[in-house]
Ligand binder design. Structure first.
Ligand SMILES: *Cc1c(COP(=O)(O)O)cnc(C)c1O
Length: 554
C-alpha cells in the first residue's frame, strides 16, 4: 500500500525538536481541536488518506498477511511515549506499514473461519458521526435523544423475539421503570448481565434478609438454606459463562456442563436429571442456559424442552443466542429457535449476524422489571426515576453504538436480514454437499445453521474410514494432519478456516477429533469462493505430503 495522497497530509511546517517551545506545541495541539469552519481544519485531509486505506484494505482478496508473529512482537516493542508530537505524515505511513498491512482481512470472501465478516458500507460514515457526536450513553445529561433512540432499537429487537402485544410495547418502550433490553459491548457482558439479574432476583430481599446484593452470597445461601448455587447448561456453553460463574462468586466448578447428543444439542434427559440432582442436594439453580447457535458448531439446543424444565422447577431460563439469534429474521429457519420466546433473558450479538461493527451486544428480558434487581444509583447522576441508562447496566461510560443498531434495523429491515440469514444457510448447505461429495474430506456433522465442521482425510485412511474401521492411532494421525494443515493454511494466508476439537464417543471411550470449522456469514462469499477455499486446502495438503515424503526418503 502506498500513501498515494500523502502530499495532502498536514505538515503545518512544524518539525518538533527537543527544544520546541511549550507555546509552539500548544499552538500545534490546538490545531487538532480546530472546528470545521476554521482555516487549519485537518480532518478532511486525513479523511482522504484514510479513505484510500479503507478502499485498499476492503478490496484485498487474500485472508491474511503472512507476517511472522515473532516479527510483530519485535515491531511493537517500544514502551516509550514520544516526548514530542509525531507529525501526521510519518504516523500514517507507520500505521499503513505496521498495522494495516498486517491486519486480518475479515471482509475477504475467502476468510470463512470466524464470526467476523464484511460490513455494510453505511457503518463507516456512521462511525464518523458517532465519534463526532461523542455521546456518553451512561446518562441523559450526556446522551439525550440517543438514550431514547437506543430504547427504541432495543424494543424492536425485543418485539421480534417475544412478540408481545401492542399495548405491552406502548407501555414499556419509553418507560423509565422498564428495561426491555440493555445494549452492551458484546455477548460476554450480555451473558454476565443476564445471570447477574437472575442471581439477584432469585436471592433477593425477604423478611429480615436484605438480599444478595447487600449481604453477599454466603449470607444469601444461609438465609435461603442452600448448600451452594449453580448454573446449568450444555458442555458447549461459551466460556463467558465461566467468567460469569467466577464473578458471581459461585465458582466455575458450579457451572454444570451437561453432555450433548450426536448433533451437539444438550441431552434433555441428562439435563432433567442434573436439575433433579441439584435440587436433591439442596443446590440453588440460578439459571438454566440454552444455546441458540453454539460457537463451536452452530447447533441449537431444544429450547422448548429446556423452557419446560425451567418452568417446572421455577428457574430462570436464559438463552445464549449471541450467534444464532438473528435466525429469527428468517421465515424459513426461525422454527429452529422455537421456544426462545419463553426465555426470561436472551443474549444477541449485534457484531455477529446483525452485520454491525465490533462492540455491540444485547441482553433482553421478558419481564421489563427484572433488571431493577441490579439497579444502582450515584448522588451526582443515575438518579431514581431518571432515564439514565447506566443505572441498570454493568458498564459505565459507553459510546453511542445504538446508532449502528438503529441504522441496521431501519436500513436493512426484516426482509433484508431475512435475505442475509437465508443466503448464509443456503451457502453452508452447498459447502456441506461439496464436502460430502469430495473424497478428500469428511463432514463431521450436518449443519444446523451456517457453521460447518469437517476434516481432511489423508489418502491412506479413506478406505478405512468408509468401512468404519478407523483405530484410535489412525484418528490421532488424522488429527495431527488436520492441525498442521489448518496452521499452514493460516500462515500462507490466501484463505482461512478455523479449527476446533470435538469429542466423540467410540467404544465407550472419549476420542478427540480435530475439526475444521467454517463460518459462512460473509455476504460477499460465493460458491466459487467456497470451492477455492476447499481446493486451497487440498493443494496445501498435497504439498505437506510431498515435503513429508521427501524428508522420509532422505
Ligand atoms: C460470540 C459468542 C459469545 C461471546 O460474545 P462476545 O461478543 O465475543 O463477547 C457468547 N456466546 C456465544 C454462543 C457466542 O457465539
Amino acid at each position: 500500500m502506498t500513501l498515494s495522497k500523502k502530499e495532502t497530509l498536514p505538515k503545518n511546517n512544524f518539525f518538533p525538536t527537543e527544544q520546541t517551545l511549550y507555546s509552539e506545541i500548544g499552538k500545534y495541539i490546538m490545531q487538532m481541536f480546530a472546528s470545521p469552519n476554521q482555516e487549519k481544519y485537518i480532518d478532511t485531509q486525513i479523511d482522504e488518506v484514510v479513505n484510500d486505506f479503507c478502499q485498499e484494505f476492503l478490496s484485498a482478496k487474500d485472508a491474511n498477511s503472512n507476517i511472522n508473529i515473532d516479527l510483530l512482537i519485535k515491531n511493537f516493542g517500544d514502551s516509550q511515549i514520544p516526548t514530542q508530537p509525531t507529525d501526521f505524515e510519518s504516523y500514517f505511513k507507520y500505521l499503513d506499514n505496521n498495522v494495516i498491512a498486517h491486519s486480518v482481512h475479515t471482509s475477504s470472501p475467502q476468510f470463512i473461519g470466524h464470526m467476523t465478516s464484511a460490513l455494510p458500507s453505511f457503518v463507516r460514515p456512521i462511525a464518523k458521526l458517532m465519534t463526532a457526536m461523542n455521546q456518553n450513553a451512561v446518562k441523559i445529561e450526556t446522551a439525550k435523544a440517543l438514550s431514547f433512540c437506543e430504547r427504541e432499537a432495543l424494543a424492536m429487537m425485543h418485539r421480534k423475539i417475544y412478540n408481545l402485544s401492542d399495548n405491552f410495547y406502548t407501555q414499556h418502550i419509553q418507560n423509565n421503570q422498564s428495561t426491555l433490553g440493555i445494549l452492551v459491548s458484546g455477548g460476554t457482558i450480555a451473558n454476565i448481565t443476564a445471570l447477574w439479574c437472575a442471581r439477584n432476583k432469585s436471592l433477593g430481599a425477604k423478611n429480615e434478609f436484605f438480599g444478595i446484593e447487600k449481604e453477599g452470597l454466603t449470607a444469601a445461601l444461609n438465609f435461603y438454606g442452600y448448600k451452594g448455587a449453580v448454573v446449568i447448561g450444555s458442555e458447549l456453553m461459551h466460556f463467558s459463562f465461566d467468567k460469569a460463574a467466577d464473578l458471581m462468586g459461585i465458582s466455575t466448578q458450579n457451572l454444570i456442563r451437561v453432555t450433548v447428543d450426536s448433533k451437539n444439542r444438550v441431552n434433555i434427559r441428562a439435563l432433567r436429571q442434573t436439575v433433579a440432582d441439584c435440587r436433591k442436594q439442596n443446590l440453588h439453580i440460578i439459571a438454566i442456559v440454552g444455546i441458540a447457535g453454539t460457537t463451536d458448531s452452530g447447533s441449537v439446543d431444544p429450547l422448548e424442552y429446556i423452557a419446560e424444565i425451567a418452568q417446572e422447577n421455577n428457574v430462570h431460563f436464559h438463552v445464549d443466542a449471541a450467534w444464532g439469534g438473528p435466525v429469527i429474521f428468517s421465515k424459513t429457519h426461525q422454527h429452529k429457535l422455537a421456544g426462545i420466546e419463553k426465555a426470561d433473558s436472551v443474549t444477541i450479538d449485534g457484531h455477529k449476524q446483525l452485520y454491525l461493527p465490533m462492540g455491540i451486544g444485547m441482553v433482553f428480558f421478558r419481564d421489563p422489571y427484572l433488571a431493577s434487581s441490579i439497579e444502582k444509583h450515584a448522588s451526582y447522576t443515575m438518579r431514581k426515576g431518571s432515564f439514565d441508562l447506566g443505572k441498570r447496566a454493568l458498564e459505565g461510560s459507553r459510546p453511542g453504538m445504538a446508532l449502528f443498531l438503529h441504522a441496521g434495523l431501519k436500513l436493512i429491515g426484516l426482509k433484508g436480514y431475512e435475505f442475509l440469514i437465508d443466503e448464509g444457510i443456503r451457502k453452508t448447505q452447498y459447502m456441506a454437499a461439496r464436502i460430502s461429495a469430495m473424497p478428500e474430506f469428511e463432514l463431521l456433522a450436518e449443519p444446523d445453521t451456517n457453521l460447518l465442521i469437517y476434516r481432511y482425510i489423508p489418502e491412506q485412511f479413506r478406505v478405512i474410514i468408509s468401512k468404519k474401521q478407523l483405530t484410535e492411532t489412525d484418528n490421532q494421525s488424522i488429527n495431527n494432519f488436520n492441525e498442521y494443515l489448518q496452521k499452514m493454511q493460516r500462515q500462507i494466508g490466501r484463505t482461512f478456516i478455523s479449527r476446533t476439537t470435538k469429542t466423540t464417543i467410540s467404544l465407550g471411550k472419549e476420542i478427540p477429533v480435530i475439526a475444521m470449522r467454517a463460518v459462512i456469514a460473509n455476504p460477499l462469499t460465493t460458491e466459487e469462493d467456497i470451492e477455492a477455499v476447499l481446493n486451497d486446502q487440498i493443494q496445501i495438503a498435497s504439498e505437506i505430503l510431498i515435503s513429508y515424503l521427501a524428508k522420509t526418503n532422505n
